[in-house]
Write a new protein. Structure first.
Length: 432
């Protein structure tokens, strides 16, 4: 007899896993059991239903983002007081389990899904990467990669202290999220977090945005306005892309950081500065100093400690994790029902180099969700126009090497040097 459905069981207690499996198999279901979410997801199957003990979810969004069957196909088990935390799932079953109730609930969920109107024929391929089960709190670093492990350790070490921190990384890697994590894990977490992008505001307005202005201090100053430093209060202020700040304003910022006080534009009253100052940049500030574009004394003031955020191409283990969480967020934002990614879309996620980092991934997922005519993301609209194929690059390399041989140069040396150059152009310096 064909099984009625495929069910994944995740529970850390072997006796519970065994009992659940025997019961569900007696109900003619096909079952697979695992002790952890990671083990269950490594099975690489598509499930009609997952029964997951809430203790295996853990406190981190990394685990909760990977509910094996999607919210409407997940039954959560655990102590009754926790039931309210999982209202968005298909149901919650209190332990110790009542197997009569369990069988009734399983049949109810499966019958509801079978009766639900489905998409057009051929569009309901298996979901190999389900979406996140919920939103990610501010300051949460979604990561499972070794490349991010040191970054997370640095955040944990630096967050409790008042030391200035410079956050470095390519454009689109999520430097503001690092700043939020430093804030959320600090004693200032209950106070405001304020960010300002120093390169996105015209130079003649940036001073007013940072320090505020008094009424009548310039043509359009029809009323007094506090700046970002005042709004941050005793919280944290992030000076994002500080390398874009004009030199004349750098001098004023240096004074504020040294004296811990400021004046509004057009003001005469000194205002104390209590906020912790974080800065972020995608530029090499030492090089900026050498070119006369950044003050050396200001660099020393903000670059006391440093957190580096690796590019997404060095975080291969994070791509699917981030995609699941981001797609879940945008599906809610655009009121779309999206269960997850097809196997083809999953291969696209892992094959692309993501030169625009997390920001590019966000944009691709937004477009995919808006354009999708299915509850499964089957094709991702990834723009590969700026990425020459490996075959084309190889042809060019072979021609270059042939010419080098004609000049008596070492073919292997020329090839290696050119590969390093191409790697730098295509990967290490992606467009902002």
């Amino acid at each position: 007899m064909e099984p009625l459905s495929k069910i994944l069981i995740i529970d850390s207690q072997p006796t519970v896993r065994l009992a659940l499996r025997r019961f569900l198999e007696s109900e003619q279901h096909e079952c697979v059991a695992a002790a952890t979410l990671e083990e269950g997801l490594q099975l690489g199957e598509s499930w009609d239903l997952a029964i997951i003990d809430e203790s295996t979810l853990g406190p981190t969004p990394f685990e909760t983002a990977l509910l094996a069957a999607g919210r409407d196909r997940t039954l959560v088990t655990g102590p009754a007081p926790k039931a309210a935390d999982f209202e968005s799932s298909a149901g919650y079953l209190s332990k110790p389990l009542d197997y009569t109730q369990m069988g009734k609930k399983v049949r109810e969920v499966l019958s509801l899904r079978a009766a639900a109107p489905g998409p057009e024929p051929g569009s309901r391929e298996p979901v190999t990467l389900p979406l996140s089960s919920g939103s990610v709190p501010a300051g949460t670093m979604l990561s499972a990669s070794a490349a991010m492990a040191e970054t997370k350790r640095q955040i944990e070490r630096l967050a409790p202290h008042e030391i200035p921190v410079l956050i470095t990384g390519e454009s689109g890697t999520g430097k503001e999220l690092v700043a939020q994590a430093l804030h959320e894990q600090s004693p200032r977490a209950s106070q405001p977090f304020v960010a300002i992008h120093c390169g996105a505001i015209p130079p003649d307005l940036l001073e007013s945005e940072l320090f505020g202005h008094e009424k009548g201090s310039f043509t359009d100053a029809h009323r007094s306005k506090p700046g970002k430093f005042e709004l941050a209060g005793k919280g944290t202020i992030l000076l994002d892309e500080i390398g874009e700040m004009p030199l004349e304003l750098q001098a004023k910022l240096l004074r504020v950081l040294q004296e811990r006080e400021m004046e509004r534009v057009g003001g005469v009253r000194s205002i104390p500065v209590h906020a912790r100052v974080l800065a972020a940049t995608n530029r090499d500030l030492r090089e900026q100093v050498a070119q006369g574009r950044f003050r050396e004394d200001l660099r020393h003031r903000i670059d006391v400690a440093r957190v580096h955020l690796p590019p997404l191409r060095d975080r291969e283990d994070d791509v699917e994790l981030l995609a699941a969480a981001l797609a879940s967020r945008y599906a809610r934002e655009y009121s779309r029902t999206i269960r997850g990614f097809s196997d083809h879309a999953r291969r696209q996620l892992n094959a692309h180099a993501w030169p625009g980092n997390v920001r590019e991934l966000e944009n691709v997922l937004r477009r995919a969700i808006v354009l999708s005519d299915s509850d499964v993301l089957r094709e991702l609209p990834i723009d590969t126009a700026v990425e020459p194929s490996s075959a084309v690059l190889e042809d060019h390399l072979d021609a270059f090497v042939a010419q080098a041989i004609g000049r008596g140069e070492s073919a292997e040396m020329v090839r290696r040097n050119l590969l390093e150059l191409l790697d730098g152009v295509l990967n290490r310096h992606p467009p902002d």
